[in-house]
Design a protein around this ligand. Structure first.
Ligand SMILES: NC(=O)c1ccc[n+]([C@@H]2O[C@H](COP(=O)([O-])OP(=O)(O)OC[C@H]3O[C@@H](n4cnc5c(N)ncnc54)[C@H](O)[C@@H]3O)[C@@H](O)[C@H]2O)c1
Length: 367
């Protein structure tokens, strides 16, 4: 089969950390033929390092979308531009892998979903954490019913001091919010996916802007001190989500919080047969999955510490970004369903949006 021709829009942090290496690691399935960034040097550098022969460079995403050679577009720009670019990409009959979150608000995410449905093209969102071995293991256990009826979950996205100081992460207009939309989105995605429950009944939330504006709080930040004058988004947010079947989820997200336990892209699930916890983030040296249950009259803990490789979709082991990328490219080539469905990502965005709304209006949001 011919290699898919990929165009990447936004050649900053996540493009360099995830997309370029992952696409390169799947070179038998694709070639990177077009690069776009409003900062031309970034697109030029990426084209030189990762581009196929004759790869094109653009500063306007519309020109990249008009390029008939490009079949698949990866959107790696700040949150606020996801919907505009994705909708234009579907109109140009391109397949779209869009970075998380799907969009900065529900209205735009719904427009993207509608445009995708009209287009007949493939669409997925960058929730690569689903491809981590411990998340795969937990999902498989949940699917088999090993936890029983899962009636309580916790979605953990807590950093003690790790405010992202590059790009536009502290800019409310560009990103739509702070840690909730940035990392809360991953934790909620894996929690809902493992629970296989997208039927939300109501959402309550609290959003805090306590440390972002304090110069003394910026000291000790993992990514260097931030500028309190330009810090516009929340620094922590908590949500309580009630599902239609009575299950409940507690979501906690922070970039800066005076709490010892830094736990990110993690979930805790409690079922009638067993419970399970994923430990990952800065308080943990390695990612772990721990099941807990009663057996033979005693409480048992079973720890799975995967070595970092997982066989998936018939492929060999590999890092999650590479596996995610492979299943996406195969889905496009074969016309099959990518693992992360747009409807699931839309529901995550709806919940995050409702937490912000609940906090702003000081009331529970009914779905
Ligand atoms: N999947 C993950 O774990 C993960 C991790 C980090 C970031 N992200 C997501 O990736 C997106 C980008 O984050 P980042 O860290 O790469 O930010 P970044 O600021 O490092 O990179 C964004 C790039 O997009 C360019 N850009 C901005 N607007 C553009 C436009 N209209 N057209 C073309 N280029 C444009 C910028 O010049 C910049 O180079 C965000 O949505 C973020 O949530 C996902």
């Amino acid at each position: 089969m011919d290699k898919l021709k990929i165009g990447i829009i936004g050649c900053g942090g996540i493009a360099n950390q995830k997309h370029f290496p992952a696409l390169k690691n799947n070179a038998e399935l694709n070639e990177m033929t077009a690069f776009c960034d409003v900062i031309v040097e970034r697109a030029e550098k990426a084209a030189e390092e990762f581009g196929a022969e004759g790869a094109k460079v653009y500063t306007d995403y519309r020109e990249l979308l008009a390029d008939p050679d490009v079949e698949v577009v990866h959107i790696c720009t700040p949150n606020v531009s996801h919907s505009e670019i994705a909708i234009a990409a579907f109109a140009a009959k391109k397949h779209v892998y869009c970075e998380k979150p799907m969009s900065h608000n529900t209205e735009e995410a719904e427009k993207m979903t509608e445009a995708w449905k009209q287009s007949g093209m493939q669409f997925t969102i960058g929730y690569q954490n689903r491809f981590r071995p411990e998340v795969q293991n937990l999902h498989a256990a949940c699917e088999k019913g090993e936890l029983g009826d899962i009636y309580y979950g916790k979605a953990h996205a807590v950093r003690r001091r790790a405010v992202p100081t590059w790009g536009v992460f502290m800019d409310k207009q560009q990103q739509g919010g702070g840690p909730l939309i940035d990392i809360g989105t991953h934790a909620l995605d894996i929690t809902l996916w493992c629970m296989n429950n997208y039927e939300v009944d109501s959402v309550s939330g609290s959003v805090f802007c306590k440390l972002g504006g304090l110069p003394q709080a910026a000291e000790g930040n993992l990514f260097g001190p931030w500028d309190p004058e330009t810090y516009e988004v929340e620094d922590s947010a908590m949500g309580y989500i009630k599902m239609k079947n009575g299950a409940a989820i507690h979501l906690e997200a922070s970039w800066a919080l005076n709490m010892l336990n830094s736990r990110e892209a993690s979930t805790t699930l409690c079922g009638t047969e067993a419970g399970a916890e994923i430990h990952s983030g800065m308080s943990y040296q390695k990612n772990e999955l721990i099941y807990n249950r009663g057996r033979n009259g005693q409480l048992m803990e079973e720890t799975i510490s995967p070595t970092g490789s997982v066989a998936y979709f018939g492929g060999g082991g590999g890092e999650e970004g590479t596996i995610d990328c492979r299943q996406w490219l195969e889905a496009v080539q074969n016309g099959t369903q990518p693992l992360v469905k747009p409807e699931e990502a839309l529901e995550v965005t709806r919940v995050l949006d409702a937490i912000y709304k609940s906090a702003a209006e000081n009331k529970e949001i009914k779905f």
